[in-house]
Design a protein around this ligand. Structure first.
Ligand code: NCD
Ligand code: ZN
Length: 364
């Protein structure tokens, strides 16, 4: 009998990262090339200090990102800047943003995660409901960090009742449950037409043992916290089958080593993301679903074709990412450099997920 043919190359068309932290300044310069090389576009999170919470600040941030893309000699990478929902957001601001093509809103409950101090104190109060009403009319998309202030392993589950209320009250508004981490959230996707989710690489491959099973590993600490093996398996299953209501969002969230040692939440996963995904899908004999998970599902869920000129542009001039089955190594660390006079000095070191590990696949 003939051996089945071994797959040694994979081509992905227009990969999208629907949840990415690029930060700003020298950190952005250090981390952006990893994403810009691999993805045609990414949804950029607005939790900067101060937050990206107005049309002006979103435009200015987008310009800084595009300048950095150019400087990094990366081609064909579009940042989609999300707008931070603060208590001072108005419906008029939403109208301005939507008109200018900024369709994504990011909702952080106050205090839920890194730089969420400007987040919303009461998600369902009358002011917020007026905003959701306006966002629905403007066909915007609301990306939610869905966690309560309760016990750390129950936070996402507890927030479920808020999601149900939102989904029911605003049935034509799309809500994205960001970085879904708990298997108990999955039925919400099935029961509510307007609820969707993004999945990270770390929540589908790691569980609490990776964080606290041996010596405490701060590189595996993020919000929402990685959970039980059962959660991991259930989420992995959604990803591997490219469940139609999920798309890929890395939540790559760089912090300098010093901040990580001081307890900052966030996993820097941008380096070698696609080789890791190919390896994972190949291992589970699901390579055929990877294109849907990293691109096609997002194209459909966020319905770019109906509101963004990007859909046509990406079709006319696609970004093909080639991966080959030759080994590559995840960098041990990524330096953010500062110019002091005419010298470059390292300002912080950012340690990637699985730093120094060898992978079977390489991005060409
Ligand atoms: C993110 C960050 O560092 O900005 N941290 C994290 O643990 N995921 C914020 C977030 O997405 O929650
Ligand atoms: Zn995030």
């Amino acid at each position: 009998m003939e051996e089945p043919k071994k797959i040694t190359s994979v081509v992905l068309k227009n990969p999208l990262d629907m949840h990415l932290h690029l930060r700003d300044g020298i950190t952005m310069r250090a981390v952006l090339p990893f994403s810009a090389r691999s993805f045609v576009g990414a949804l950029i999170m607005p939790n900067l200090i101060p937050p990206i919470d107005s049309l002006e600040s979103a435009r200015a941030y987008e310009e800084r990102i595009l300048a950095c893309v150019k400087q990094s000699a990366c081609e064909n990478f579009t940042p989609l800047c999300a707008l931070y929902m603060t208590d001072s957001l108005t419906t008029q601001m939403l109208e301005e943003c939507a008109k200018a093509g900024y369709k994504f809103l990011k909702l952080y409950p106050k205090g839920a995660t890194t730089n969420s101090q400007h987040g919303v104190s009461s998600v369902l109060d009358s002011h917020m409901c007026a905003l959701f009403e306006a966002a629905q009319a403007l066909e915007m998309i609301v990306c939610i960090h869905g966690e309560s202030g309760g016990f750390v392993l129950d936070r996402e589950h507890e927030f479920g009742s808020v999601l149900v209320e939102l989904a029911t009250k605003f049935p034509r508004l799309k809500f994205i449950i960001e970085h879904m981490s708990d298997h108990r959230t999955i039925p919400l996707l099935e029961n509510y037409e307007n609820l969707y989710a993004t999945l990270t690489l770390h929540h589908i491959t790691l569980d609490l043992d990776a964080l606290a099973g041996g010596a405490l590993c701060h590189h595996h600490f993020c919000k929402p916290v990685i959970k039980t093996p059962k959660d991991k398996e259930a989420l992995l299953d959604l990803a591997l089958n490219a469940h139609p209501k999920v798309s890929f969002g890395s939540d790559s969230a760089p912090h300098g080593l010093e901040s990580k040692r001081n307890g900052a939440a966030g996993i820097f996963s941008a380096p070698c993301l696609l080789p890791q995904l190919v390896e994972l899908f190949e291992h589970h004999e699901k390579l055929g679903n990877l294109q849907a998970f990293v691109s096609d599902n997002a194209m459909r869920i966020y319905d770019f074709a109906s509101w963004s000129p990007l859909a046509q542009e990406w079709e006319r001039n696609p970004k093909y990412v080639y991966l080959e089955k030759t080994p590559c190594e995840i960098p041990q660390g990524v330096g953010a450099y500062q110019a002091i006079g005419d010298e470059l000095q390292i300002s912080e070191e950012i340690i990637p997920l699985r730093a120094g590990e060898r992978l079977k696949w390489t991005q060409k």
